[in-house]
Every structure is written in C-alpha cells, then in structure tokens.
Design a protein around this ligand. Structure first.
Ligand code: ADP
Ligand code: 5GP
Length: 210
C-alpha cells in the first residue's frame, strides 16, 4: 500500500509528436512535481540539453546499466535504447515528490507490472488528427523532417496501446490539455470527481484509425 506522504508516479505516453515532452515540462513546473530523466542512446536534438532532457549515453554504457540492473524499465524504441534508472525515481517518491515519466507503452507496461508500492496514474495523449501530428513532427526540429515519415508509419501500431492506460487525453489546444491532465491528477490524488468522457475518446480513436 502506498504511504500517504509518498509521491505519485505519473506516466505520459503517446504516439511520437503528440506533445508529451511539452506537457511533461509544463507539469514539472507545478509544485512538488519532478521529471524522471531517462537515459538514451539516441543523439541529442538541436533543442535538447544533455543531463536535463536526457542522459545521452553510448550503447556500451547503456548495456552496463542493464547488466547492473539499474533500470526500473527500458526498451528499444525507433532503433535506440531508452531507460529509466530506478534509484533517482524511488528517492524522489520517498521524499513525497510526484514523478513524471515521458516513456513509451513498453516502459509503461513494465512499470505497471512491477506493482510498486506507489500510486500510479497513466495517461495516453493523442493528436487532434494525423495531419496535425505530421505537421508537429516535421516542425519539431529540422533534422526531424527526415524521420517524421518514419514515425508516422509507427503511429498506427502505437495508437493501439491507448487501451492499457487510465486516461486518454487529446492534445489539441496545449493549455486546455495541460489543465485536463492536471485536473485528472489532482482528482486521482484527492479522490475527487473526474471530468472524463470515455465515449468521446473512443469516437476520436475511431476517427484516427479509420
Ligand atoms: P512528443 O514528446 O510526444 O514526441 P513533443 O512534446 O516533442 O512531442 O511535441 C512535438 C511538437 O509539437 C513540438 O514542436 C511541440 O512544441 C509541438 N506541440 C506540442 N503540443 C502542441 C499543441 N497543443 N499545439 C501545437 N503544437 C504543439
Ligand atoms: P524521443 O526520441 O522522441 O525523445 O522519444 C521516443 C520515444 O521514447 C517516446 O515515445 C518516449 O516517450 C520514449 N521514451 C523516452 N524515454 C524513455 C524511457 O526511459 N523508457 C521508455 N520505455 N521509453 C522512453
């Protein structure tokens, strides 16, 4: 059972480009929220700061961390390894900090299956449409133009995983999406009433996948 003063684990997943890194940054500015900084073997984007957005490591270092069993979860995504080291997460939770995870469905599944003694809330973000998603992926960073199409191909497979999450939220207007996620987290923590319409979400998923 989670202790009352422990922090809460909050996972945000989505098809690439739907906006989870942006949302995680906004949520991390709330009092008592901290981001779990992942390790990755991917190269930094122009806009990224090492040790803040990710710990950028080579494959040899990543494999050393796997062998030392330092990861709470890890996965291969788009030909690169990504993982969450356990110790910094547990330290933050034990200090009462709520920890935000920007991780894919494989990592979310692994954390769920661990059944840790901390409350876990999982969100799956969706774009308003596939056209908007492609635009966001293409605009993110010049180098991403080369891989935007690759990531769009993955969209059809990724989106199927929405079903395993507590809440699915559409990231159309950023501020509205932020408030929706924030309110759902607060309602979960305080056992309050939740503004959530599963039928509307199901219809949106049908429109994205048809
Ligand atoms: P992800 O982490 O899910 O791959 P990002 O957070 O990097 O996605 O967002 C992809 C791009 O879309 C970024 O350039 C970001 O600034 C932009 N973006 C995110 N949310 C919105 C939104 N609601 N409206 C317009 N642009 C957005
Ligand atoms: P990006 O390269 O766009 O930053 O991330 C690609 C994908 O990897 C995203 O779906 C992101 O959520 C996921 N990701 C980032 N860090 C981790 C992690 O530590 N573990 C897992 N499983 N996925 C991660």
């Amino acid at each position: 059972m989670p202790l009352n003063n422990d922090g809460v684990m909050i996972i945000l997943s989505s098809p690439s480009g739907a906006g989870k890194s942006t949302l995680v940054k906004m949520l991390s500015e709330l009092e008592n929220f901290k981001v779990s900084i992942s390790h990755t073997t991917r190269k930094p984007r122009l806009s990224e700061t090492p040790n803040k957005d990710y710990f950028f490591v080579n494959e040899q270092e990543f494999k050393r961390l796997i062998n030392n069993q330092e990861f709470l979860e890890y996965a291969k995504v788009f030909d690169n390894f990504y993982g969450t080291t356990r110790t910094p997460v547990i330290e933050k939770l034990n200090k009462g900090k709520n920890v935000l995870f920007d991780i894919d469905w494989q990592g979310a599944d692994q954390i769920k299956n661990k059944k840790l003694d901390y409350k876990l809330i999982t969100f799956y973000l969706l774009p308003p449409s596939k056209e908007v998603l492609f635009e966001r992926l293409s605009n993110r960073d010049m180098r991403d133009k080369l891989i935007a199409e690759e990531r769009m191909k993955q969209f059809e497979r990724d989106v199927l995983h929405w079903i395993n999450y507590d809440y699915v939220v559409i990231n159309d207007n950023l501020d509205k999406c932020f408030l929706k996620v924030k309110n759902l987290i607060e309602a979960e923590i305080n056992n309050g009433s939740k503004d959530y319409d599963p039928d509307f979400i199901r219809e949106h998923i049908n429109s994205l996948t048809s």
